[in-house]
Design a protein around this ligand. Structure first.
Ligand SMILES: Nc1ncnc2c1ncn2[C@@H]1O[C@H](COP(=O)(O)OP(=O)(O)OP(=O)(O)O)[C@@H](O)[C@H]1O
Length: 229
């Protein structure tokens, strides 16, 4: 039987007068690759940030691996984000002053790993992700696709339970985007990592095991969505 890894119930969150989530419910199973789609401004990123413990909802509950995430102390939540979650965003996520391998090693260094061991572990991801030879480059010297693969290596290096990806292919041309998404899916499946990916691209969502739609701050399944239209 597959276990639930993340569960959100009745999430509500407003930015000032703007409601972003209005009673969002979502259950994510361990090892599942879940795509979150929906119109612009519907609340997808806000939902992802709540699930990842970056934003705290105004109402509702979030459970991760049986623990209540939304009421956790910030220090504990940030530890959880560092050790159990990985993140891939659309842009600007690599630290420009660091080399590619230092960027990948960063979560390990922040977790207290010794520099030599962290760098060795970081380097071991380069071959797997088609990045051989790029270890010493800085982000300004990488193509968009290479930078996203480095970001993927950085997200995977701690062997997280869940990877949260927000439009990971949004800044890439379609072929490069497809390659990055393929790598994300293959690597996640190999390691049993759960992936929650926000995307507006049907091609990206097609790589997922399941797709949900966020509309007006609520989550609907694809089947319900089709019946309503
Ligand atoms: N930091 C913020 N401050 C104020 N309003 C915000 C903030 N973040 C999001 N919002 C608002 O909350 C609503 C949901 O935004 P969110 O970014 O979650 O939508 P989205 O579905 O991810 O959109 P997109 O596909 O365009 O990225 C929108 O009305 C947005 O303008």
């Amino acid at each position: 039987m597959t276990a639930v890894v993340l569960e959100a119930r009745g999430l509500e969150l407003s930015f000032g007068q703007t409601p972003a989530l209005r009673g969002a419910d979502l259950t994510v199973m361990t090892g599942e690759i879940l795509a979150i789609m929906g119109p612009s401004g519907s609340g997808k990123s806000t939902l992802l940030h709540c699930l990842a413990g970056i934003l705290t909802p105004g109402a509702g509950e979030i459970h991760f691996a049986g623990r209540r995430l939304d009421t956790m102390r910030e220090a504990e939540r940030s530890e959880l984000r560092r050790d159990r979650f990985g993140f891939v965003f659309q842009f600007g996520q690599l630290v420009p002053e660091l080399t590619a391998e230092e960027n990948v090693a960063l979560p390990l260094l922040l977790g207290g790993r010794k520099r030599a061991a962290a760098l060795a572990e970081a380097r071991s991801w380069f071959g797997r992700l088609g990045l051989d030879g790029l270890e010493a480059r800085r982000s300004g010297e990488l193509s968009g696709g290479q930078a996203q693969r480095v970001a993927l290596a950085r997200a995977m290096v701690t062997r997280p339970d869940v990877i949260f990806a927000d439009e990971p292919t949004g800044a890439l041309d379609s072929l490069t985007g497809e390659q990055v998404m393929d790598l994300l899916v293959t690597t996640a499946r190999e390691h049993g990592t759960t992936v929650v990916v926000v995307t507006h691209e049907a091609r990206v969502a097609a790589c997922a095991d399941r797709e949900v739609i966020v509309r007006d701050g609520k989550v609907t399944g694809l089947a319900a969505e089709r019946m309503a239209s």
